[in-house]
Design a protein around this ligand. Structure first.
Ligand SMILES: *[C@@H]1O[C@H](CO)[C@@H](O)[C@H](O)[C@H]1NC(C)=O
Ligand SMILES: *[C@@H]1O[C@H](CO)[C@@H](O)[C@H](O)[C@H]1NC(C)=O
Ligand SMILES: *[C@@H]1O[C@H](CO)[C@@H](O)[C@H](O)[C@H]1NC(C)=O
Ligand SMILES: *[C@@H]1O[C@H](CO)[C@@H](O)[C@H](O)[C@H]1NC(C)=O
Ligand SMILES: *[C@@H]1O[C@H](CO)[C@@H](O)[C@H](O)[C@H]1NC(C)=O
Ligand SMILES: *[C@@H]1O[C@H](CO)[C@@H](O)[C@H](O)[C@H]1NC(C)=O
Ligand SMILES: *[C@@H]1O[C@H](CO)[C@@H](O)[C@H](O)[C@H]1NC(C)=O
Length: 735
């Protein structure tokens, strides 16, 4: 027993030391005003926050402390001002942790799958959500989650969909669209609501995923687990809000603190303790000197016992007969020069030589490692396969060029912020200029899985051989980086989406231009489907993927999702991928990809060109949210002319617009097999363009038929109802 006391004592001494150290490190001074409560239960309340009047800076920083001690230990909960927003932590660096509810939508609540559960989660205007710390998450297998916000009068809308037709496709830890999807918070919002609802009326999915959930959470606290699909019990989660002091208030920061005025776009400021001080910078004597000498890890002294604390800093000393600043990162300590000269010469000559030698060896090693790594990436990214394939090709002029990492870094000034030309779910596009003056666009994917490599190589080879004036030309790629980079020609005039929807940046397109763009796009998709050496399904046709050059010539881009279809196969089973609003509903349900999915997406693009409306909208009545449904309803109710974008209509072209709408309606039929092929669509649009200006035969035919609307035609109206219910034969059979 006696033997045992020693280690126990040592242990206790050690524990005490740790205890003392850690409490001593925290600044002992109160962080509240004198005479004010500093705690509400476990929540620490530093000034400018406070509980009682006189303890907070103003009403906006008041905390309501609810104490309950009925039956059991006393409890206290803190709430922000007089709201029901529960505060978990307040920090003087400008963060506030609060609890916010999760929005859920469970099938059992109602039969109408289109019902969204929209819940207002607004926070007080002086406490916007932190953009960098939070994330928006949606959980579910057939669910859309939306953030609908208002930023000083401008709408902020964003959303993501989470799809999984089978339970086993959901993977722990992976929140990327299957079972879970996530978004960055679009802005530092205060007025916002979250909504979640089912995407399609699909009874099979409800059996393993009865509910959808949408919430905002501090990003580092969330890790997706596949079991959340079955059951997610949290009611509230922690969210980070930010705060600052309004400029007009002119509260002085304390001594030894500085003011940071760049908060909320310069309308607010924060106080920060100077380096070497710690504490509450909002109190006059809040920032206290840190005694760096007490804690070995806070000072840089070579000899830890030769440290003396100063106000806001510390000094290191050298032992007797040595001089210098005593700092490891500085001059250190050198022996005083009273001894023999040869040693000095020895050091004088020897040290530099040794230094040079070690530096050279070290740099050489680093460089070798760097080269090795590049080679590794090159190999992993399929560089050798590509090189072999290319060497077998015999038309060298059409071949893709392999760029080096240095070349692309130089072209983009090391991927500088101001060279970013676009950002999306796929990754980032940079604009660069090569040494020979050619302007290029470099696409850097977010993520690349090794198993996709051979596919990537195939796509590079096929795309490099597509030489169509309406496809953005792939110039080459770089395989030496961790994710392969693709290099394209740079298209100057932006996306079709911007030209249609952003009237502040662009003049509205005329109907003639719209029809030409539609016709060119149809032509190129038709070419991809049928004429290219191996048919290609684009899979992500949308107005943001159609670029325009200076002559408004359409250039289809982004083949990142595209699939090559071997000649003997007409359909492929794939992970569903695409963009909400353009996504073929049949493909969404069956995961079977055919060329007809592109036809559907193209139909939506045409409707967007005709109406000037976005493919999905989250305002307005339910039935107007989906563009296809919106137009089909208008046609059915014989008020098509109302939905056509105003400015571009003239007496001469209304009939032509109606004919084009007819083509689009065929494209967005629910059943793939009923849609026309892309070749038929392209021919039809080409023919319609040719009728321009003349007294078209379509016109003659219509007036002869005496119809006020060209759409009243047997067999077409049923499509309206079909599209609203999305009832497909295989759903009913429980596929
Ligand atoms: C409160 O926030 C501060 C700063 O972010 C952190 O150091 C502290 O651990 C947090 N306290 C709690 C209880 O979460
Ligand atoms: C909507 O979400 C709220 C918050 O989670 C929940 O209380 C409510 O029951 C939900 N309503 C429906 C219809 O699911
Ligand atoms: C959803 O589908 C079921 C069965 O397929 C059907 O009975 C029900 O009416 C549909 N609900 C809606 C709102 O379309
Ligand atoms: C609280 O903050 C709001 C929004 O910043 C501001 O309009 C209001 O004047 C503030 N209240 C006080 C008492 O300063
Ligand atoms: C001022 O605050 C902003 C936002 O918190 C931060 O990014 C910036 O680095 C701060 N500036 C200084 C000089 O500390
Ligand atoms: C931020 O400040 C800049 C320049 O002062 C201004 O142009 C911009 O509109 C402001 N942004 C917001 C969101 O207030
Ligand atoms: C502390 O003193 C050192 C040496 O004089 C100086 O380099 C450093 O910048 C000072 N640090 C602070 C926080 O003032």
């Amino acid at each position: 027993m006696v033997m045992n006391i020693k280690p126990i004592m040592a242990f206790m001494v050690m524990m005490m030391k740790i205890g003392i150290l850690s409490t001593a490190l925290a600044v002992e001074a109160s962080e509240a005003l004198p005479g004010c409560d500093e705690w509400c239960g476990k929540v620490h309340i530093p000034y400018p926050f406070g509980i009682k009047k006189g303890c907070y800076l103003n009403q906006n920083f008041s905390i309501t402390c609810h104490k309950t001690d009925l039956n059991g230990p006393p409890k206290a909960e803190a709430f922000l001002m007089h709201t029901n927003i529960r505060v978990m932590n307040i920090s003087t660096n400008g963060e506030l942790h609060v609890l916010r509810p999760i929005v859920r939508n469970c099938y059992s609540y109602g039969d109408n799958y289109l019902d969204m559960n929209e819940t207002d989660l607004s926070v007080p205007t002086m406490y916007p959500l932190s953009r960098s710390k939070n994330k928006f998450i949606t959980i579910g297998c057939n669910h859309v989650g939306l953030i609908l916000g208002d930023d000083q009068g401008t709408n902020v809308e964003s959303g993501c969909i989470s799809v999984c037709t089978r339970r086993i496709s959901v993977v722990d830890g992976l929140c990327s669209g299957s079972g879970c999807c996530q978004l960055e918070i679009p802005k530092g919002l205060t007025k916002l609501s979250l909504a979640v609802g089912e995407l399609l009326n699909y009874t099979e999915i409800r059996k393993f995923s009865p509910c959808g959930y949408a919430f905002i959470i501090e990003a580092r606290r969330f890790q997706f687990l596949s079991s959340y699909i079955d059951k997610f019990e949290e009611k509230e989660v922690e969210v980070v809000l930010s705060w600052g002091i309004r400029k007009e208030l002119e509260l002085d920061c304390g001594l030894n603190a500085r003011r940071n005025s760049s908060i909320f776009n310069g309308t607010h400021y924060r106080c920060q303790c100077l380096d070497g001080y710690e504490g509450n910078p909002y109190l006059r004597h809040g920032c206290q000197d840190v005694d760096e000498c007490k804690y070995p890890w806070l000072n840089d002294c070579k000899h830890k016992d030769k440290c003396s604390n100063t106000e806001g800093n510390y000094t290191c000393h050298c032992p007797k007969n040595f001089h210098g600043d005593g700092r490891k990162g500085g001059k250190g300590c050198t022996k005083n020069s009273t001894s023999s000269i040869p040693i000095i010469i020895g050091i004088g000559v020897g040290l530099p030589v040794l230094l040079i030698a070690t530096t050279t060896i070290y740099l050489g090693y680093k460089k070798l490692k760097f080269i090795k790594q590049k080679q590794l990436f090159f190999q992993k990214n399929g560089g050798f396969v590509l090189q072999r394939q290319l060497s077998q090709c015999n038309s060298p002029k059409d071949i893709v060029r392999i760029f080096s990492q240095e070349e692309l870094e130089k072209a983009t000034n090391n991927y500088a912020q101001d060279t970013i030309a676009g950002k999306g779910g796929y990754g980032t596009v940079f604009k660069g200029v090569l040494d020979d003056g050619l302007t290029i666009a470099i696409k850097k994917s977010k993520f690349m899985d090794e198993s996709q490599t051979s596919q990537f190589i195939n796509e590079v080879i096929v795309l490099s051989q597509i030489n169509h004036r309406n496809v953005v030309k792939l110039l080459g790629c770089c395989l030496e980086t961790q994710v392969p980079l693709l290099v394209y020609e740079f298209v100057t005039n932006g996306t079709l989406f911007d030209h249609i929807h952003d009237t502040t940046k662009h003049v509205p397109l005329s109907w003639e231009a719209r029809l030409r763009i539609a016709s060119e796009t149809a032509g190129v998709i038709s070419y991809l489907h049928s004429s290219a050496s191996i048919p290609i399904i684009h899979r992500d046709i949308k107005t943001t993927n159609i670029l325009l050059d200076n002559n408004y010539t359409a250039k289809v881009s982004d083949f990142g999702a595209s699939k090559l279809v071997p000649k003997d196969q007409t359909q492929l089973t794939t992970l569903v991928q695409g963009t909400l609003g353009y996504l073929d509903p049949e493909y969404l349900l069956t995961s079977e990809l055919t060329e007809k999915s592109d036809v559907y997406s193209f139909g939506i693009v045409v409707l967007e060109l005709i109406t000037g409306k976005k493919a999905v909208r989250f305002d307005g009545p339910e039935e107007d949210r989906n563009l296809a449904m919106y137009v089909l309803c208008a046609i059915k109710e014989d008020r098509f002319e109302e939905v056509v974008e105003k400015g571009m209509v003239s007496e001469a072209n209304m009939e032509q617009i109606k004919e084009v709408a007819k083509v689009a309606r065929e494209c967005v039929r629910i059943k793939g097999e009923e849609r026309p092929s892309m070749k038929e669509v392209a021919m039809e649009l080409e023919a319609l363009r040719a009728t321009k200006g003349e007294h078209s035969w379509a016109n003659v035919r219509l007036s002869a038929a005496g119809e006020s609307s060209p759409f009243v035609e047997s067999g077409s109206i049923g499509a309206v109802d079909d599209s609203m219910k999305l009832e497909l034969p295989h759903v009913e059979h429980g596929r």
